[in-house]
Design a protein around this ligand. Structure first.
Ligand code: MRU
Length: 355
């Protein structure tokens, strides 16, 4: 199996295994977590990153917490799970998939409390596996819906990394690109390098090379140059959280890209699973934005580039207001504005299970 086909997050021999994304593209290594606290730390330090991938890692982290627990009855096991949930949820605040996956695991435990401890542990591991397996299918559905929006011979600007590495497998926005590529559309991807952590230059380029998809890495600030010159057909990005009105929190720089796209009449598409949608928040300004360390800005790969003593700010995400977004591609189809209405309609259909 090529490294491109290995799942980003998987369970093996009682451990949560993660492709160590801090090491790519130079080396391909699997990090193994033996405790749920190690899973939380791996999420915090971005061994694993990308909204759906950290959701799946947290689900397996909860399964690991169950396996580790010395509880003698299901109620005591549930108390241990609540403790693990708190630690895992706090690992990163912006991507709602993390809180979503933890909530799914607690819900599964809650509805199986009549089981004995050993059976409940098995139930939770099966549920985590199901969340991971579903992620792959969901991404492939997003890919199929999204590929229909991609013209033949398209040039696409992509921001951050939204591929197999950001999910369990396949990817969201990059999954759309992969699906369109597999349909034989001849694509060229302009890969935003994505400062400060360079997910585009390091991870997206690595994935595209393995998939044989032609691409060119560009500095984040170059997107305006390329759009003004003409020949960019669309922008495709993922999401960490989408509010009820369609505002999108995603990797820092997404907002700038959306504004430039609007200025040049370039369609701006967001691809995300339903688990990235947070209808409890009316608009994007209510989304908590993670602040990461200044060193991620003042140094690259641990080598200082700014003068000693310089200060830096490092918001990891920004919010793109819904009016800049042409469509949101989900596993249930392509949503067009007005997003508040379309999202509420889809939520109602999902509640009635008519989707
Ligand atoms: O800080 P990261 O690398 O976890 O941020 C990832 C992104 O912003 C992605 O665009 C988003 O999670 C969607 S991934 C399918």
């Amino acid at each position: 199996m090529s490294t491109a086909e290995i799942r980003t997050v998987f369970w093996q021999d009682g451990q949560v295994c993660l492709i160590d994304q801090r090491k790519l593209p130079d080396s391909f290594e699997i990090a193994r977590c033996q405790t749920y606290a190690q899973v939380a730390e791996a999420i915090r330090t971005m061994v694993v990153r990308g909204a759906p991938a950290i959701g799946a890692a947290a689900a397996f982290g909860m399964a690991l917490a169950a396996q580790q627990s010395a509880a003698q009855d299901s109620q005591a096991l549930y108390a241990d799970l609540q403790q693990a949930a708190e630690l895992l949820r706090k690992a990163r605040p912006t991507a709602v998939n993390l809180a979503w996956a933890v909530a799914q695991m607690l819900k599964s435990a809650q509805s199986a409390l009549e089981q004995d401890v050993a059976t409940l542990k098995d139930t939770l591991l099966a549920r985590a596996q199901q969340i991971a397996d579903a992620d792959v299918q969901i991404n492939q559905r997003i890919g199929a819906y999204g590929a229909a929006l991609v013209p033949e011979r398209a040039t696409i600007i992509h921001h951050c990394n939204t591929g197999s590495l950001a999910t369990v497998h396949w990817g969201t926005a990059l999954g759309v690109i992969r699906s369109a590529h597999e349909q034989g559309k001849q694509l060229h991807v302009l890969v935003d390098e994505t400062r400060p952590r360079l997910q585009g230059a390091k991870l997206t380029s690595w994935e595209l090379l393995q998939l044989g998809i032609p691409h060119t890495i560009i500095a984040d600030g170059a997107s305006g140059y390329f759009m003004r010159r003409g020949g960019v057909d669309l922008c495709l990005v993922g999401a960490d959280r989408i509010a009820a009105n369609g505002d999108v929190a995603n990797k820092i720089g997404t907002y700038n890209l959306a504004i430039v796209a609007r200025a040049h009449n370039v369609p701006f598409y967001v691809a995300a699973p339903w688990s990235s949608i947070d209808l409890s928040l009316a608009h994007g300004d209510l989304i908590e934005i993670e602040e990461r360390s200044a060193e991620e800005v003042t140094a690259i790969n641990g080598v200082r580039i700014a003068p000693e003593g310089a200060t830096a700010a490092n918001p990891a995400f920004d919010v793109t207001p819904h009016e800049y977004i042409s469509a949101i591609i989900t596993e249930y189809g392509v949503l067009r504005p007005p997003f508040a209405e379309r999202l509420a309609e889809l939520a109602a259909r999902l509640n009635e299970r008519t989707v």
